[in-house]
Design a protein around this ligand. Structure first.
Ligand SMILES: Cc1cc2nc3c(=O)[nH]c(=O)nc-3n(C[C@H](O)[C@H](O)[C@H](O)COP(=O)(O)OP(=O)(O)OC[C@H]3O[C@@H](n4cnc5c(N)ncnc54)[C@H](O)[C@@H]3O)c2cc1C
Length: 494
């Protein structure tokens, strides 16, 4: 019989690992603290509405895309919609619309960055070329750091066929985005810098000065490579992965946080205690992002952001003021209000999309709104109850005011509620969400392995290679499942 695997956390990384292992015949059990699956890519119910907990846009679902390929391996082909105009970035003095279409995008770059249009076009062309090379290497399924031969995926044959692509990448391994800006004498050109910072902080959790060029080149071109939404949000994909696991005989226990876990060296089994499951397992995958004892996750290793969010509903009439424009799915607003910057970090990420009730049905005449920003967890965790409530109301008002500057929001607002790192901690067990910053050290020099020093204990999700985001977390889930499967077959051959 194949080993039993316990996965702590039903985030997209844990669910992907679970779906692959269940498909390969492993006995999979997932323990999830929350009442729904998906973690930061999930959903929650409030006021008879289904709100996203975090992620709204999926990537890698284009033909031949990384997520599309992973789902195909699982025999899954869920329906989704492509966004041809995924985002508008509103800077203090201008607006940049991101379009999928190449010629529309190049026109936009020239218009928005007219002062330096030739250099910006050249910079962007180089960035996209590096991004393409990185994506091709990613498709070889190489998992860093390479510790076993199978971590290489198909990289060796890729290298034989594409030596130039690898040579080009080698040059940029220790470059930041700022160094590339510098090469085009654009490092002091503020509008472009502000635009890139907004995109990078959301995607790689740091700005041009520290962001490693290799993963950032993908992050900056990925909206145009393909941005996708599911009708019922990212949570729908997570529910489908959960269904796959159950279909293959696996179990997913919701509202069942891990309470205790201990290794028995004699039986070589992990004894696991949770609300709904007390059992022993030969292998543990920790997707929760929190440690249970010594080095069982990475959360203490580096700075990670927390999130402050406002979820709400607005009357559909809010869209009337935008008539005549093609509407993006999301907005990034870069605020120059010092009060906002005291509590959180730009950009303010805003989405307006179809409102869904708890049954997943469309709510007529209503649009769902999400507003989220990066914030530091220690600005919230150590406050007294009064200061916490005061700060929460204050930041909520400040952010609504910033949105009001761009849309007449207040007259259309039906319902709004704010969540802080304390809220994430309460419902998801962790206050740092979104993963660690992809600096040169984290992304290239010391990528975080899914392996640990503990026997048969693996880590999966945004805290491991390749890093933050739903696509990377799903990919890390696949890498862990590949390792567990390969190790099992190696042992059974002996
Ligand atoms: C506001 C916001 C917006 C985002 N937008 C996007 C986007 O548009 N596109 C995108 O690609 N990415 C986005 N991201 C990032 C993306 O959502 C995450 O990087 C990704 O979903 C993390 O997945 P994960 O596998 O690491 O698991 P996580 O989502 O971190 O899930 C961990 C799970 O473990 C559970 N858990 C915790 N403690 C325990 C315990 N003791 N026992 C059992 N279970 C436990 C939690 O409840 C949770 O379900 C966003 C993130 C945030 C916060």
């Amino acid at each position: 019989m194949k080993p039993s695997v316990c996965i702590i956390g039903a985030g997209i990384g844990g669910l992907t690992a679970g779906a692959f292992l269940a498909k390969d015949g492993f006995d999979v059990t997932i323990l999830e603290k929350a009442t729904t699956v998906g973690g930061s890519a999930g959903f929650y119910y409030r006021n008879n509405r289904r709100f996203p907990t975090g992620a709204t846009i999926a990537f890698g679902l284009e033909e031949g895309g990384v997520l599309k390929n992973l789902l195909a391996k699982l025999g899954m082909n869920p329906p989704f919609m492509e966004l041809l105009h995924p985002m508008d970035v509103i800077l203090p003095d201008r607006e940049v619309s991101i379009y999928k279409d190449k010629s529309e995008w190049e026109k936009e770059l020239q218009l928005s960055f007219s002062e330096r249009k030739e250099d910006v076009l050249l910079f962007w062309e180089k960035l996209e070329q590096i991004g393409e090379d990185v994506l091709s290497v990613t498709k070889s399924e190489v998992s860093l750091p390479i510790q076993r031969i199978y971590d290489l995926g198909t990289l060796p044959s890729f290298a034989v066929k594409n030596p130039l692509s690898l040579a080009r990448l080698a040059k940029y391994t220790t470059w930041t985005v700022e160094k590339l800006l510098n090469a085009y004498k654009l490092d002091t050109y503020m509008p472009l810098r502000q635009f890139l910072n907004a995109q990078l902080v959301d995607a790689v959790q740091t700005d041009v000065s520290k962001a490693a060029l290799l993963p950032s080149s993908v992050a900056l071109s990925i909206y145009r490579k393909g941005s996708f939404v599911f009708e019922n949000g990212m949570g729908q994909l997570c529910e489908l992965l959960e269904e796959e696991i159950r279909k293959k005989g696996g179990r997913v226990y919701l509202s069942s946080p891990l309470k205790d876990v201990a290794y028995d060296a004699t039986s070589k089994q992990w004894k696991v205690e949770s609300r709904k499951c007390n059992s022993t397992f030969s292998t543990i995958i920790n997707n929760s992002g929190v440690s249970f004892g010594d080095k069982t996750s990475y959360e203490a290793d580096d700075f990670s952001w927390g999130a402050f969010r406002i979820d709400g509903t607005v009357k559909v009439d809010i869209l009337d003021q935008l008539l005549g424009k093609t509407l993006p799915f999301a907005y990034q607003i870069v605020s120059d209000n010092p009060h906002v910057n005291k509590y959180c970090h730009n950009p303010i990420y805003v989405t307006f999309h179809q409102s869904k009730n708890s049954a997943g049905e469309n709510v007529l005449d209503e649009v769902m709104m999400t507003i989220s920003v990066h914030t530091e967890e220690n600005k919230w965790l150590q406050l007294s109850k009064e200061s916490y409530n005061e700060n929460k109301v204050l930041l909520m008002e400040l952010l609504l005011e910033e949105v009001e500057k761009n849309f007449r929001l207040k007259e259309h607002l039906l319902f709004a509620e704010a969540g802080t790192p304390v809220t994430y901690k309460k419902f998801m067990g962790k206050s740092k969400v979104g993963g660690f910053p992809l600096t040169i050290t984290n992304a290239v020099l010391k990528p975080r392995s899914f392996r640990t020093n503990l026997p048969n204990w693996y880590i999966v999700g945004e805290h491991t290679f390749p890093g933050p985001g739903t696509l990377s977390s799903a990919l890390s889930g696949y890498y862990v499942s590949r390792a567990i499967t390969k190790e099992y077959f190696k042992k059974s051959e002996h």
